[in-house]
Design a protein around this ligand. Structure first.
Ligand code: ADP
Ligand code: MG
Length: 552
């Protein structure tokens, strides 16, 4: 037997990293800005605990394009690196300085918002650059250094001049990646991945018009000045405690998140948990009806304010994919594949937490303002019904907030409904019969006749109603849903007062015979009605199971 070590040579690894580490080349910018952010937040942390004796100030990150040189620059004012640290953190592929930092300062830094953790992000620069330079000066005051690497395992490291603390990364953009020298492209990427990152990001300047003084003459021309063009909002609403936010703040954030969305959301759910995993976020219930961008504007997943993806299938339960908003969790792995994500334990916990949180929110909304909740029901019912059918955890709580509207616009909770109908709507076996219409216009005469008998008729008209009914019949004891045009309705235990018909018995029988012959279909039953209160002299019904067979 022989034992040994598999020899992994760096020469082999580099092209692999370049090709396969990330399927998306554009994420290099996200990675470099994440590093710049980490460097800034580390300095913030070290100054706050008194370990770095420098002025933290108001640091920002700058992104610059130099078209002539074909370079892209990412400049930060963070902790910087000494020559020794460059050797340690940069030259060792897959050694994460971010993880090391968190380990070293684990008592104080767990909420510092440090992003990195695989020690690979930096090398994504080589997906778009054929040469990368680092010019960096540590806050510790040692001489600045310049590191240059052309994507081969060889590098150079030398002392250099740099006035300010921090790091500048210079990418010499490769021939096949010149799109990353376009201002429009970089702006697009910054807005996609970095819109809510915690350190201000400057990209160019913009003209700012100064307000005119109160007593300015009418023909006065306002003065302008060039100011930094900051592309991000470093403190998005989900990072702020809910008690400090007004409804307007939430609405403003919604539009910030979805600039093309003009419809106001119905309400929001602020997520905030730090045990057993970390997660913050805000979910919105959009108005689903005639909402144009609903397909495009999806729930966005962030990790420490860095955009990861808006493909959240598997992380968010299916029925909540109809919602909008953001979820931010450092516990969701950034760089791994979708199938891995779905099997990940943390991700599963996150999914069930969100489900629970939405259920709780629904309960409190209906308790706080029943009338308002009823008004919104039509817009939210698809989500609730979908959840009721597909998520057991959600279904368990759903009686507290699922409404059953009647054709005459009363809204019952399940308990209220059963209380109301238990004395009048049972069949001979003691089953509670819940009558419903699926289309108030088409089933008008059946509805009328049921109402004349004093029955409540629900209006259940959403597309998944057959499944909702199935679910309820399976989970509630002795309950049957019967559509108003089913023959069942005639077998209900009648209320005390008899229905008086203008026709005598013989007349009734002959009419019934005539009609039955006319339709020649034994699957239907003809029921005569009270002519006084009903504009239809009789109704034709069909067994519920027959109808359902057709509907399924
Ligand atoms: P990770 O961010 O997962 O730790 P990276 O490959 O992205 O891994 O970066 C490796 C390390 O290089 C970082 O952890 C950090 O120590 C160092 N580094 C990278 N960029 C900077 C920067 N702009 N300023 C200071 N240190 C940096
Ligand atoms: Mg990183």
């Amino acid at each position: 037997m022989t034992k040994g070590n598999i020899n992994v040579s760096v020469e082999n690894i580099f092209p692999l990293i370049k090709k396969f580490l990330y399927s998306d080349h554009e994420i290099f910018l996200r990675e470099l800005i994440s590093n710049a952010t980490d460097a800034t937040l580390k300095l913030k942390h070290l100054t706050s605990i008194g370990e770095a004796h420098v002025e933290y100030g108001n640091p920002k990150i700058e992104v610059k394009i130099n078209k002539e040189q074909k370079t892209l620059h990412i400049i930060d004012q963070g902790i910087g690196m000494t020559g020794e640290e460059v050797e340690k953190y940069i030259n060792q592929v897959a050694f994460s300085g971010a993880e090391e930092f968190l380990e070293k300062y684990k008592d104080t830094a767990k909420d510092a918002g440090i992003i990195g953790h695989f020690g690979l992000g930096f090398y994504s620069a080589f997906m778009v650059a054929d040469k990368v330079e680092i010019i960096t000066k540590s806050y510790k005051g040692e001489p600045a250094v310049r590191w240059i690497c052309d994507g081969s395992p060889e590098f150079t490291l030398e002392e250099t001049e740099k006035a300010e603390r921090g790091t500048e990364i210079i990418l010499h953009i490769a021939e096949d990646s010149t799109e990353f020298l376009e201002e429009g492209k970089i702006r697009e990427l910054l807005l996609k991945y970095n819109k809510f990152m915690p350190v201000p990001i400057k990209f160019g300047t913009r003209t700012h018009t100064l307000p005119l003084p109160e007593d300015a003459p009418e023909d006065a021309v306002a003065e302008t000045e060039e100011v930094d063009n900051i592309i991000n909002n470093p403190t998005p609403a989900w990072t702020i405690v809910p008690s400090e936010l007004t409804n307007e703040d939430y609405m403003k954030f919604y539009h910030e998140l979805y600039p093309m969305q003009f419809e106001e959301p119905l309400f929001n759910i602020h997520l905030n948990v730090d045990y057993p995993f970390n997660l913050t976020g805000i979910l919105f219930f959009p108005k689903i009806s005639n909402n144009l961008n609903i397909e495009k504007d999806k729930i966005q997943l962030y990790q420490n304010q860095v955009f990861v993806t808006d493909e959240v299938k598997g992380i968010v339960p299916d029925f909540l994919m109809l919602l909008r908003g953001v979820i931010d969790s450092p516990d969701i792995p950034l760089n791994v594949s979708r199938s891995y994500l779905q099997a990940d334990g943390a991700v599963k916990k996150i999914s069930s937490y969100i489900t629970k949180k939405v259920a709780d929110k629904m309960s409190s909304l209906i308790n706080e303002n029943r009338e308002d909740y009823e008004k919104k029901w039509n817009d939210i019912k698809v989500v609730i019904e979908y959840g009721l059918v597909t998520e057991e955890k959600f279904a368990e709580k759903a009686d507290k907030f699922t409404l059953y509207p009647t054709v005459d616009s009363k809204y019952f909770l399940w308990n209220e409904l059963t209380d109301k109908i238990k004395s009048s709507q049972t069949d001979k076996d003691g089953n509670l019969i819940v009558l419903y219409a699926s289309n108030a216009d088409e089933q008008h005469s059946y509805i009328q006749s049921a109402q004349d008998k004093g029955y409540e008729v629900l209006l259940l008209d959403s597309p998944i109603v057959p499944h909702v009914i199935q679910k309820l019949e399976a989970s509630k004891e002795k309950v049957s849903f019967v559509r108003v045009d089913a023959d069942h309705i005639n077998n209900l235990i009648k209320k005390d007062e008899p229905v008086i018909s203008k026709l005598n018995d013989t007349e009734k029988e002959s009419l019934k015979k005539n009609v039955e012959e006319a339709i020649k279909d034994a699957k239907f039953t003809v029921q005569l009605e009270d002519l006084d209160s009903n504009d239809a002299p009789f109704t034709i019904t069909q067994p519920e199971f027959m109808r359902r067979m057709k509907d399924m």
